[in-house]
Design a protein around this ligand. Sequence first.
Ligand code: FMN
Length: 145
Amino acid sequence: MIHIITGSTLGGAEYVGDHLSDLLQDQSLETTIHNQPALEEIPADGTWIIVTSTHGAGDYPDNIQPFIAALQNTPPRTNNLKFAVVAIGDSSYDTFCAAGKHAHVLLEDIGATPLSECFTIDIQEHPVPEDAAEEWLQSIIHQLK
Ligand SMILES: Cc1cc2nc3c(=O)[nH]c(=O)nc-3n(C[C@H](O)[C@H](O)[C@H](O)COP(=O)(O)O)c2cc1C
């Protein structure tokens, strides 16, 4: 099972999560989308794809903050957990994609196995972030089958 966990304020990261889910299902892979992620409801095995934007001054969107805090405070066993992070942001901020970059390091710190580097999408360059995310997915999808 591939769990798609989104952090979004304005909906953009949620759209990217929906698009990745559709593409994965087209390849007969099973997905569950968590737009209000709660750590206790998401098994720490299989694959997590975290898709998060950055808000405030390098902060996580509100909806994903409790999930991240729970990961920090009560990390699950991650021996069987692979992950990838898609970070969406705007390069006009000094804190470009800070939330997604933080999530990537956090998951590595708690022992999960990365499937790729943290993938950043700059909305200045990619006003439709789904397209960049789709291209990225093609580069890692062989690891998900
Ligand atoms: C108030 C505000 C603060 C933002 N702060 C950052 C930031 O610190 N770093 C960054 O990379 N992008 C920042 N952004 C850009 C958003 O991450 C970007 O617009 C993203 O596409 C929003 O995705 P969402 O619709 O999922 O919330 C900010 C946007 C807003 C409106």
